[in-house]
Write a protein that binds this ligand. Sequence first.
Ligand code: CMC
Length: 430
Amino acid sequence: MADNNAKLHVGSGDHAFNVLDGSIGPSVVNISSLYKDTGMFTYDPGFTSTASCESKITYIDGDEGTLLYRGYPIEQLADHGDFLETCYLLLYGELPTKAQKDDFVNRVTYHTMIHEQMNRFFAGFRRDAHPMAIMCGTVGALSAFYHDSTDITDPHQRMVASLRMIAKMPTIAAMAYKYHVGQPFVYPRNNLDYSSNFLHMCFAVPCEEYKVNPVLARAMDRIFILHADHEQNASTSTVRLAGSSGANPFACIAAGIACLWGPAHGGANEAALSMLAEIGSVDQIPEYVARAKDKNDPFRLMGFGHRVYKNYDPRAKIMQKTCHEVLGELGIKDDPLLDIAMELEKIALNDEYFIEKKLYPNIDFYSGITLRALGFPTNMFTVLFALARTVGWIAQWKEMVEDPSQRIGRPRQLYTGATRRDYTPIDQRR
Ligand code: CMC
């Protein structure tokens, strides 16, 4: 890294801080000595100007609408690659050779079953539990079953934990779904590829044969690729922060799942579809657009806007294409929600408010419609996001654990509460 200096004048003092350049993207001012030098902290709620770590995994250019995994554009990976190849790339940094890929696929495939005793965990949940609640609980519970991969100081155990997470997540997600709909669990099938196996575990029933549609399996795989990693977003930062204390990988991923659940993050695809259903018909759209623009109304158009992408979300373009492929394959022509979605997109993209604030449809806008067409209920959408993002979380967690300069994450604050005061006995309080 080449470096130069940034100067800061605070009070009567001048201070210099290194500017560090990455291989691409904005440089950063290294303010790690700021407190020691000046007695001050930085203040950046929402971390809009803060690089929390150094990373070599994923790069986003929000103005250009670029997303690179280990340098490779998302469009190329989605068009030519598959999800497990993307997993290998994210974890190891390079695309695999044929032999490396075969070995990786084999290792993932033979870790797909979960400990039989874990089935009882599912039985402990109410049938109407949200599948994300089941997912949070059961993924956290993995550390109670796989003691031989929780020693984070052992590189072999770290890799085994990583493979286990990637392999078992589809099984857990499918079980959460099956439990929710009251059907028997379907065990993984090792003769199917990753995404076909997942669709099989979700939609097969013991009483009849289920044949996976290859077009739908390919669409599923592409959805997984698009969601695999996204730099230091809220859930990934949560995983890194949890991991910085030395917590085991299963616990860290469970923390990431909990964060992903929120409607401003992974929950947006579910929220987007609920919103389309609430809008109900094309003629109601202007009313909802007006509400989204009204400062006094908390309503937002779900599936629009992004913290980083201010031009367009490159994943949304691929997702839009995939969405039409799936609808075409399934012969869905007249879907009222799709009509509303297309009209809403048109209106919002031509509205001054959305243009000025650079609010474009994001990936969640199209993924909800696609997943619904694939047969998933809305409450499974975020579960599928978590399944796909697991590899990103685990790659980021590994990178952090393997970084010799890693320390526990411990932000500070601007305190605006009461200053020191003395305890008042209860009978003297008013
Ligand atoms: N509808 C209407 N107005 C919006 C929207 C929206 N979806 N998103 C942002 N705005 C307005 C917001 O009111 C604010 O206006 P003003 O400057 O007048 O106060 C301005 O745009 C900037 O918004 P912000 O909340 O400061 O932006 P942010 O970067 O903090 O939030 C976001 C990004 C994605 C949380 C937000 O755009 C949002 O809530 N979108 C809807 C939820 C959604 O689709 N989330 C999925 C994100 S993509 C998947 C993922 O990465 O998890």
